[in-house]
Design a protein around this ligand. Structure first.
Ligand code: NAD
Ligand code: IPM
Ligand code: MN
Length: 355
């Protein structure tokens, strides 16, 4: 039987609650579709850091390399500075495995009450394509005399032609493949960042010329925030730099009902390295340990993983079961207005899958 080796990294906080829940659902889908998962669990994260002084072992990337995929929860712990946790685990994996295309779909599912009035289910359906290996996250810079009155910190953004062109091209290919509006929206801040972002605009225009069948639009990121609230249904594929893509996708998650529903894929499209699937949300320390985290963002990240592995039938099963559970509305977690728990929301999805 076809078997996929997947490294499970629940991480911190609600990561260790939603990852097992999503694995139950993925297991059920695999059984129905006739393939297997071989999960290997890694307890890397802030507990590992507090015990061993590292978020993950030095040879972690070599350990992960042979896996077919990485299924990640979240990291972030109140007792460890965020730049330590993130630069010790998540960001080195994204960069080290050249997961340059971060895909973050934003869909208004049936049964979900969006904060915006008058939006029909399905009316909001777009994907943010976030550059995931360079830009504002390149970790180029330094700090001198941090304690002193003359302290200086410099953090540079890095935009290579290689990195810019490949993510923009990825977005155009995705828009073509989706076959929806055929629209690619580029989000920059070229009015203020006259080097990096005008370079991005130039590459965007060059790549767009190769896709005469698609329409394009360029927005400044401040206006894009406004338009994500004012006219979210008008978008199809949005392409943005690392930082802007990050910010826009908490907003797009909110506009489509909850951060607890927003999935994400960090893809290495060449498949030379494993890709990583994780929700948009973080470790949510404010609700961690209470058993009320919404597991659906993690499950829908599993859907992106199934699709990337080529298991489209199982992907549609999980997606369909989540959508049915949302439509039916029982057992849902508090972020969706329910009184349920991670357990009851998982059971709701499992029962729809059996049906
Ligand atoms: P967060 O995404 O963890 O939480 C923001 C808000 O959304 C919180 O009120 C939280 O309770 C809620 N929320 C998030 N996921 C939810 C879910 N599945 N169900 C119900 N409610 C949910 O963002 P934050 O509070 O800014 O960050 C917390 C920690 O997570 C920080 O340490 C941060 O650095 C880290 N973080 C990690 C990742 C990641 O690992 N990919 C992503 C974002 C933030
Ligand atoms: C995300 C997160 C991370 C990011 C943080 C935790 C470094 O916010 O995946 O959206 O900015 O990429
Ligand atoms: Mn984020």
């Amino acid at each position: 039987m076809k078997t996929y080796r997947v490294a499970a990294l629940p991480g911190d906080g609600i990561g260790s609650e939603v990852v097992p829940a999503a694995i139950e659902v993925l297991e059920a889908a695999a059984a129905l579709s006739g393939f297997r998962f071989a999960w290997e669990h890694f307890d890397w994260g802030s507990r590992h850091y507090l015990d061993a002084g590292r978020m993950m072992p030095e040879d972690a990337l070599a350990t992960l390399q042979p896996f077919d995929a990485i299924f990640f929860g979240a990291v972030g712990h109140p007792d460890v500075p965020d730049h330590v946790t993130l630069n010790g685990l998540l960001l080195p994996i994204r960069r080290g495995f050249d997961q340059y295309a971060c895909i973050r779909p934003a869909v208004l599912h049936p049964g979900v009450r969006a904060p915006l009035a008058g939006k029909a289910p399905g009316s909001i359906d777009f994907v943010v394509v976030r550059e995931n290996t360079e830009g504002e996250y390149a970790q180029v810079g330094g700090i001198v005399y941090p304690e002193a009155a003359h302290g200086v910190a410099v953090q540079s953004a890095v935009f290579t032609r290689h990195g810019t062109e490949r993510i923009i091209r990825f977005a155009f290919e995705l828009a073509r493949g989706r076959g929806r509006k055929g629209l690619v929206t580029s989000v920059t801040k070229s009015n203020a960042q006259g080097f990096s972002m005008t370079f991005w605009d130039r590459v965007f225009a060059e790549v767009a010329a190769d896709y005469p069948d698609l329409r394009t639009e360029s927005l400044l990121v401040d206006a894009a925030c406004m338009d994500l609230v004012r006219r979210p249904e008008s978008f199809d594929v949005i392409v943005a730099s690392n930082l802007f893509g990050d910010i826009l996708t908490d907003l797009s998650a909110a506009v489509t009902g909850s951060l607890g529903l927003a999935p994400s894929a960090n893809l290495n499209p060449t498949r030379r390295f494993p890709s990583m699937f994780e929700p948009v949300h973080g470790s949510a320390p404010d609700i961690a340990g209470r058993g009320i985290a919404n597991p659906m963002a993690q499950m829908l990240s599993g859907v992106l993983m199934l699709d990337f592995l080529g298991e489209a039938e199982a992907a549609r099963r999980v997606e369909g079961a989540v959508r049915e559970a949302l439509r039916e509305g029982t057992g849902l977690t508090p972020d969706l207005g329910g009184t349920g728990t991670t357990r009851s929301a998982t059971d709701a999805v499992l029962s729809r899958m059996a049906a």
